[in-house]
Write a protein that binds this ligand. Structure first.
Ligand code: AMP
Length: 618
């Protein structure tokens, strides 16, 4: 059995950690970084992940997928997806089931299979670091993720070859990391988590190892990317005023704007102003044009104030739902890279009327907490109990399209609820059940999770058949439904028309594709290794021929020249099969040459040594 790890699969960056002894430890990636950019690029048949993908984004914007977490489990026609698409340099299309899929590397790909690439890369780093197989994980998601988004994240894990043993909420994970060594005293804390693409707020009570989430709220489409956009628009508008060119229409220019905007945003967290310089960003009849602009922190703050304010309403709701007031809290934790922005810190502190706790690393806390949960599951960490809640109300559509709540938001999970359905007409053979998730009063305004048709109901007067439909939310926040005919006591045949998500076939296809490209990548790496070895050997052989060829027997010299020449041609033709076939001959030939040379050298050296010995009179 392999190792169980904790993974923070972030919009911008991802991080993996595991439990060593009693404490969580972050695994560095192959470049030594503690977090890995959640960026996947498809380049000439190759899949690049992390910093390498980020580095080539400028020259390959259409096939470089950033922030795919904003699309995971999302419907193509939803407002949130439509607004995200406006600012993405890659193409997003509507899949057959209505979900948003990405078109990159010449084919349509599900956001789950793209996220799986990041997960797979993290898995590999961990396996190299730990020296053992990593086959299962606890993966974190924003607390405010709905069922489809959670399911799609779980699918990503499966595609990456990970058994996802638990999905936990990001702020809850951060609280676990914070509270692991916080002692037994009762504490109530708020976790404010503003990351690259999502915002979450959770109110928790920590009491002698019991971590109980009292309430949670958030916005799955609000994060650092939106702040970057404010700066992108600022820069693009500045350029447009001068040159009447909209840089956002040119994917390469847009990518450069994005990089500069994020850099400027980071700098403005510690400086009062920053300078953006983008030479040769466009060209006009007058020649190449450059973008240069000084941005002050106050100008950036003025334009992003609305975004920060948008986080306050969920804070208010979460506090209200928890039954507490700001004064009842003992601590406010800041999580997520965006909480480094001074405007965010000021607003949070003003809202909660206290100084925020910045003692935990906002980039790593979530992954560390995921590892703590992994430790709880594996039995390495005892005496810690986590009681989480469901973020969104589960409802059923009743007459007039009304969403009738079945399980209210902030109910402790796991939980169950059942409801009896019947017919509205005589001899009605089936009933339709429409399950939704969300806080809006009308079903159509909420997210459809499933539509059921309870078929095969025996002929009976209306209102007589009784079908008990059971709704269940598991510890991962994932919903399932079953139905039973109370009259016959038999399980009813339930036809579930999943409204979205990946089918089992699609998951299997994605797993196979991933394995194929892993195999291809390995073959490519093996070929690169062989070419590197062959080039190195050829260089040594050619050097030896030039320098010592005169000392070799003529047959040996011509044999070596012939082998070297064949290898030169094979390398030039990039023929991996021939290079590999010629490698052994060239290597054994070069050994023969070396043996011949050294044995002649040994004879002469021996003579010299004996002379030396005589001189020294030993
Ligand atoms: P996370 O998802 O927690 O990794 O958060 C990443 C987001 O935090 C990205 O939008 C980053 O640009 C942003 N971020 C990271 N460092 C800073 C900083 N010093 N100032 C402002 N934003 C930052």
């Amino acid at each position: 059995m392999g190792r169980l790890v904790g993974i923070d699969l972030g919009t911008t960056n991802s991080c993996l950690s595991f439990i060593e002894g009693h404490d969580p430890v972050v695994v560095p990636n192959s470049e030594g970084g503690r977090t890995t950019p959640s960026i996947v690029a498809y380049s000439e048949g190759e899949v690049l992940v992390g910093s390498v993908a980020k580095r080539q984004a400028l020259t390959n914007p259409k096939d470089t997928v950033v922030a795919v977490k904003r699309l995971i489990g999302g419907r193509f026609d939803s407002d949130a997806v439509q607004s995200a698409i406006q600012h993405l340099s890659y193409r997003v299309r509507e899949h057959d089931n209505g979900d948003a899929w990405v078109f990159a590397g010449g084919q349509e790909r599900s956001p789950s299979s793209i996220s799986a690439e990041t997960l797979r890369a993290l898995k590999k780093y961990a396996e190299a670091f730990l020296g053992e197989e990593v086959d299962s994980a606890v993966i974190t998601v924003p607390a405010y993720f709905n069922d489809s988004q959670r399911q799609a994240t779980k699918d990503a894990g499966r595609i990456a070859g990970l058994d996802v043993q638990r999905i936990i909420n990001e702020p809850t994970a951060a609280a676990l990391a914070y509270g692991l060594n916080a002692g037994a005293a009762k504490r109530r804390i708020a976790v404010y988590d503003l990351g690259g693409g999502t915002f979450d707020i959770s109110i928790l009570e920590l009491n002698d190892g019991v971590f109980q989430v009292l309430s949670t709220n958030g916005d799955t489409f609000l994060g650092g990317e939106d702040f970057d956009r404010v700066l992108i628009d600022m820069l693009a508008n500045h350029f447009f005023e001068k040159h009447s060119i909209d840089l956002r229409q040119d994917s390469m220019a847009l990518q450069r704007l994005k990089e500069s905007a994020e850099k400027a945003k980071h700098e403005l967290s510690s400086s009062d102003s920053t300078e953006v310089q983008l030479p040769f960003i466009a060209s006009t009849a007058e020649g190449p044009q450059h973008l240069q602009m000084t941005i002050s922190r106050s100008a950036f703050e003025a334009l992003s104030e609305g975004l920060v304010r948008r986080t306050m309403e969920p804070c208010e709701q979460a506090l209200k739902d928890s039954g507490l007031s700001a004064a009842d809290l003992d601590d406010v934790l800041l999580i997520g890279g965006m909480t480094r922005m001074p405007l965010v810190q000021r607003n949070v502190e003003a809202f909660f009327k206290r100084e925020a706790n910045r003692s935990i690393n906002p980039d790593e806390a979530v992954a560390l907490g995921a590892a703590v949960q992994a430790g709880i599951l594996s039995g390495q960490i005892r005496d810690v109990v986590l009681l989480d809640v469901t973020p969104l109300t589960l409802a059923v559509e009743t007459q007039g399209g009304v969403a009738t709540p079945m399980i209210e938001r902030n109910a402790s999970i796991p939980c169950k609820h059942s409801m009896v359905f019947s017919t509205t007409e005589d001899n009605q053979p089936m009933v339709s059940v429409h399950v939704t998730q969300g806080e809006r009063p009308m079903s159509d305004d909420n997210r459809t999770l499933a539509r059921f048709e309870l078929v095969g109901i025996p002929p009976a007067p209306r209102g007589v058949p009784q079908i008990d439909v059971r709704f269940e939310i598991d510890v991962n926040g994932i919903v399932s439904v079953s139905a039973r005919d109370l009259g016959t006591g038999k399980e009813q045949s339930v036809r579930i028309t999943s409204s979205s998500g990946l089918t089992e076939d699609e998951i299997q296809a994605a797993v196979e594709e991933a394995l194929t490209h892993e195999k291809k990548d390995q073959e490519r790496r093996d070929a690169a290794d062989i070419f590197a070895k062959a080039k190195g050997l050829l260089y040594s052989v050619e050097k030896a021929i030039t320098e010592y060829g005169h000392a070799l027997e003529p047959e040996m010299l011509s044999m070596m020249e012939e082998r070297a020449s064949k290898m030169r041609d094979a390398i030039k033709d990039e023929n991996a099969t021939s290079v590999s076939a010629l490698l052994d001959d060239l290597e054994s030939g070069s050994h023969e040459v070396a043996n011949a040379m050294y044995s002649s050298l040994e004879t002469s050296n021996l003579g010299e040594s004996e002379d030396d010995f005589e001189d020294l009179d030993i």
